[in-house]
Design a protein around this ligand. Structure first.
Ligand SMILES: Nc1ncnc2c1ncn2[C@@H]1O[C@H](COP(=O)(O)OP(=O)(O)OP(=O)(O)O)[C@@H](O)[C@H]1O
Ligand SMILES: [Mg+2]
Length: 294
């Protein structure tokens, strides 16, 4: 399977419409020793698209996110945001350029409140220097107040419940609520492109439906472009403009949801693993976490 060329799904129109790509991956490759975690991946994401990356466990999906966000540098290939290369930038610089993300395993500060976690996400936006912060000049106080107001506004995107719980420690929140806080924190950096790594993992059906609703609203109401990794096929099929399928680090297919669903290579890739248990085991989650911090 890994040797096969990415197949143009039958009936897929040539690249749709006219908009310039927001993000463009060309021949992006990441090797870890002898393992090619991501191999020669091409991907174009246009403004306001919702694009999904799917594929079996270990297919290289999170590694693609780590490459886009500057956690890893590609072994080969080019990544461009609005036509300008991001290769060699560190994660903070990539964030400042307009790409924010959430993590497969939620990463929030459990010893901080909901509001404080969102405030952390604004650090790329704050202008006050160290001296200003030390002496709490009027300008700094004004900036802090504005930051708080904005953080509350971001929480209100998800309804009143997180606003009401803004002073609680995130550890007291449900899993689904913590995922929302993590998105609010990502939004605080005012991104153009939001990367969501398995945003509905660990959620029940009702929470998943709610997540689909707010992911759509992120695009429709906030004008964001969204790239997401999703294991629940029904979720991806329902909301993606296009789906790219990875298997053993290679893009084996890309197309409209209904085209991808019918694609023989995609079906084979999914049947190749235990297709009935797309959620990860705790052990696998830990492994992935390890990879991300290395
Ligand atoms: N830092 C690393 N060092 C060594 N191998 C790594 C590293 N990061 C990822 N890998 C390997 O690269 C491959 C792709 O991993 P990745 O986490 O990107 O998969 P994934 O598609 O996100 O899987 P999952 O669905 O389980 O989250 C796996 O074989 C993984 O073990
Ligand atoms: Mg992953």
């Amino acid at each position: 399977m890994s040797e096969m060329q990415a197949e143009r799904v039958e009936g897929t129109p040539s690249e749709p419409v006219t908009a310039e790509p927001l993000l463009e991956l060309s021949q992006v490759t990441k090797s870890f020793g002898g393992l090619t975690a991501v191999g020669d991946v091409d991907l174009i994401i246009r403004p306001k698209e919702i694009i999904s990356i799917i594929g079996p466990n270990g297919a290289g999906k999170t590694t693609v996110f780590n490459l886009i966000t500057g956690i890893y540098r590609p072994t080969k290939g080019e990544i461009r945001l609005e036509g300008k290369s991001t290769v060699g930038l560190n994660p903070d610089q990539v964030l400042t350029r307009g790409i924010a993300r959430t993590f497969q395993n939620i990463r929030l500060f459990n010893n901080m409140t909901v509001l404080e976690n969102v405030l952390v996400g604004q650090h790329t936006q704050l202008k006050a220097g160290v001296l200003g912060s030390l002496f709490r000049t009027p300008r700094v106080r004004h900036e802090e107040e504005a930051a708080r107001e904005r953080a509350v506004e971001l929480l209100s995107f998800f309804g009143q419940s997180l606003v009401d719980r803004q002073d609680e420690y995130v550890i007291n929140l449900s899993y689904a609520e913590r995922r929302r806080v993590e998105i609010a924190r990502a939004l605080a950096a005012k991104p153009k492109l939001l990367l969501l790594d398995e945003p509905t993992a660990g959620m029940n059906e009702a929470e998943t439906l709610e997540a689909v609703g707010y992911i759509r609203r992120l695009r429709d109401e906030l004008g964001l472009t969204i790239l997401l990794i999703e294991h629940k096929l029904a979720v991806t099929m329902g909301m993606s403009d296009r789906i790219a399928v990875l298997d053993y680090g290679r893009k084996i297919a890309e197309g409209l949801p209904e085209e991808v669903r019918r694609n023989k290579m995609v079906i084979a890739a999914y049947l190749g693993q235990s297709a009935e248990e797309p959620e990860q085991s705790a052990e696998m989650q830990e492994q992935t976490e390890d990879h991300e911090v290395k």
